[in-house]
Design a protein around this ligand. Structure first.
Ligand SMILES: *[C@@H]1O[C@H](CO)[C@@H](O)[C@H](O)[C@H]1NC(C)=O
Ligand SMILES: *[C@@H]1O[C@H](CO)[C@@H](O)[C@H](O)[C@H]1NC(C)=O
Ligand SMILES: *[C@@H]1O[C@H](CO)[C@@H](O)[C@H](O)[C@H]1NC(C)=O
Ligand SMILES: *[C@@H]1O[C@H](CO)[C@@H](O)[C@H](O)[C@H]1NC(C)=O
Ligand SMILES: *[C@@H]1O[C@H](CO)[C@@H](O)[C@H](O)[C@H]1NC(C)=O
Length: 310
């Protein structure tokens, strides 16, 4: 398997408090739940986890907190071999999300508590030596700062005649985050955001987004739940649908999108797959993710693949 330079994932890491029960709690009651746990969440943080489990070298870049409660997150990052050496720190309390999973219906209710936690800035980012990386992945948020960070990578690319690929995870705030798209190589655009725009299929989404970006369109990938994912090749302008990988059981869908993202980056950067094959692998990783809780079982998928391919 080809060796690739490390992937840098820029974004958030938060604590998730997950409660699992047969039914949803009634307001103003005091009851026990069936199961629960807390774990590290945040989109870029999750993408880092899955990339690492697939076997990639990965560094996370986001705001770390010095508060006691954050220590579990740091320990988990360290245990998994995710490099955090360039992250700035704050003494503010870390953001957290409360998640309630109802087993009866499979619903998941998520409440985010951010409390104006600071986000990494271009100034923090500019201290990193970009020579280390082959790929930089961004969450689409804090557009002004993130655009400056993306421009730094482009500038590095230009002046060092090197190939740093940029991907963007675009799931919120269409108007604010749209200007980032044209600066990236790959944009993964969520179904939720597509629905907000009134786009009814994955392929329509790729085409409409590309049309809005005109000549500067990146490769666009749009995962569409159990129907699979569409992708639009920037070079040929060809748009295709790639079938989903249907798992034999659905246990935990939290983080499926992040697993898709990591699968795509891994297949493109490490396995050197073409666009469609990379999307297919991303579907496979996401499909496998939901067969169990958390992410650890994704490493099995890789072992199985290595056995099968010799
Ligand atoms: C969990 O579900 C059980 C069974 O439906 C119910 O009796 C209990 O009150 C629920 N707990 C919460 C916190 O809602
Ligand atoms: C990240 O992964 C955790 C653990 O599976 C999950 O609880 C969370 O919903 C995922 N996504 C985000 C945005 O945190
Ligand atoms: C982002 O930049 C634009 C244009 O320079 C400015 O109008 C806007 O207020 C900025 N937004 C934030 C959140 O700083
Ligand atoms: C970086 O450079 C490579 C090779 O010249 C190019 O393919 C890629 O699109 C560039 N990426 C960005 C984000 O400018
Ligand atoms: C993080 O991922 C979740 C689940 O895919 C999504 O709902 C949320 O909007 C994402 N956050 C950002 C900032 O993209």
């Amino acid at each position: 398997m080809a060796t690739a330079k490390p992937v840098l994932c820029v974004g958030c890491t938060v604590i998730d408090f997950v409660t699992i029960n047969e039914s949803f709690p009634k307001e103003d009651t005091d009851r026990r739940c069936r199961d629960g746990f807390w774990q590290r969440g945040g989109n870029a943080s999750n993408v880092s986890t899955v990339l690492r489990l697939l076997g990639a070298d990965v560094e996370f870049f986001g705001m770390l907190s010095q508060s006691d409660g954050f220590r579990v997150l740091l320990q988990d990052l360290e245990r998994r071999g995710i490099d955090v050496q360039h992250c700035p720190t704050t003494d503010k309390d870390p953001p957290f999300s409360s998640v309630i999973i109802v087993q009866g219906t499979g619903s998941r209710t998520i409440v985010h508590c951010n409390k104006n936690y600071p986000y990494v800035t271009w100034e923090d980012f500019s201290k990193i030596d970009l020579n280390r990386y082959g790929w930089v992945h961004f969450e689409a948020r804090n557009a002004n700062e993130t655009i400056k960070m993306i421009r730094s990578v482009q500038e590095h690319n230009r002046t060092h005649n090197e190939h740093i690929t940029i991907s963007l995870d675009f799931e919120t705030l269409y108007e604010q985050n749209l200007p980032m798209c044209a600066l990236c190589d790959y944009v993964v655009f969520s179904k939720e955001l597509a629905n907000q725009q009134g786009w009814r299929t994955a392929q329509e989404t790729c085409k409409e987004l590309a049309r809005r970006l005109e000549s500067k369109s990146p490769c666009i990938i749009c995962p569409w739940g159990s129907t699979g994912a569409a992708c639009l090749d920037a070079a040929s302008n060809g748009c295709s649908m790639v079938a989903a990988y249907s798992p034999d059981r659905i246990v935990d869908t939290l983080g499926a999108g992040d697993s898709f993202m990591a699968g795509f980056i891994y297949a493109t950067s490490v396995m050197q797959n073409n666009l469609k094959d990379a999307v297919s692998f991303a579907n496979r990783v996401a499909g496998h993710k939901i067969t169990d809780y958390g992410y650890d079982h994704i490493a099995e998928l890789q072992k199985y693949d290595k056995l099968r391919t010799g």
